[in-house]
Design a protein around this ligand. Structure first.
Ligand code: AMP
Length: 285
């Protein structure tokens, strides 16, 4: 696996590979890698010639400086995991390679309600920072396919919208959420859970599963109310539990209102904020 720190070096290698007819799949990450991240790399290898991963803890998407500071960093372990997954190239740039001084790179797109609801309410500015770094990384790597996890469903929805707005030919591939055996969605943040909160956290997935069942015969507001109670009973502090259309992210009250319905949740497990989601209905899109 090649490791690049400089944009110019990565691009030089990518140019050669693309000229040789190779297709490039790209999975951007913030490191502290787990099987969820590796599933993106494996998918990229399966569907194309080269898998490129980036590790960059993007300062502009953290609205809470403490969260940025506490974000786990373990580059040696990450490199070993990527080697094992068959990753071809890793891009690990310093901040000034991604944001060269004097260049204004902030994405100024209007995402309408997409970045205003759910995470947008609780993490102001987060999606602007996320869109900016994803756009910058896509401009650098210019992959054929971009691999992202369903785990961050709203993020993926906004990136889909960004790709559409820029008329970009990049194909966005959504990879299913990888979970621990007890159902907890894998996340770099899980490393920070206390033993007590690690035991409580799988209630998030159980609540989502129960919501999927209840939503067959109950309206969303009733399902949401019982889900929030269930999370609180488990010792978690939910911020939202929303049932939304999977494309517009607008609230859905009844099954028949959309073909693609997703329940999205954010909850604090002690000091750690966790998110998860589950598709409640997936019909023809
Ligand atoms: P992050 O390092 O948290 O920014 O995540 C990088 C990419 O990995 C994003 O596309 C995430 O959606 C994806 N990802 C994170 N956790 C999981 C998971 N448990 N299963 C699948 N994909 C994931």
């Amino acid at each position: 696996m090649l490791i690049f720190k400089k944009v110019a070096d990565l691009q030089h290698w990518l140019d050669t590979e693309r000229r040789a007819g190779k297709t490039v799949g790209f999975a951007p990450t913030m490191g502290a890698l787990h099987d969820g991240h590796l599933s993106l790399v494996l998918a990229a290898k399966q569907e194309g010639d080269l898998a490129v991963t980036s590790i960059f803890v993007n300062p502009t998407q953290f609205n809470d400086p403490k969260d940025l500071e506490k974000y786990p960093r373990m580059p040696e372990k990450d490199i070993a995991l990527l080697l094992g997954a068959g990753c071809d190239a890793l891009f690990m740039p310093p901040v000034e390679e991604v944001y060269p001084p004097g260049l204004e790179l902030t994405v100024q797109l209007d995402f309408r309600q997409l970045d205003q609801v759910m995470e947008g309410v609780f993490r102001p500015g987060h999606f602007k920072g996320m869109a900016t770094v994803v756009k910058r990384l896509l401009d650098i790597v210019q992959p054929h396919r971009l691999y992202m996890g369903q785990k961050d469903f709203q993020q993926l929805t906004i990136v889909r919208d960004m790709i559409r707005q820029f008329n970009s030919p990049i194909q966005l591939v959504m990879c299913p959420t990888t979970r621990e055996p007890d159902g907890l969605a894998m996340s770099s943040r899980n490393l920070r859970l206390s033993p007590e909160m690690r035991l409580a956290a799988p209630a998030i997935y159980r609540t989502l599963l129960e919501a999927r069942d209840r939503f067959q015969h109950e309206p969303a507001t009733a399902v949401q109310a019982s889900a929030l109670r269930q999370l609180e009973t488990a010792g978690l502090k939910p911020e939202y539990f929303d049932i939304v259309d999977g494309i517009s992210l607008l609230p859905v009250e009844h099954q028949n209102e959309s073909n693609f319905i997703v329940a999205c949740v954010a909850a604090w497990a002690g000091e750690v904020r966790l998110i998860d989601n589950l598709v409640l209905k997936e019909g023809l899109r």
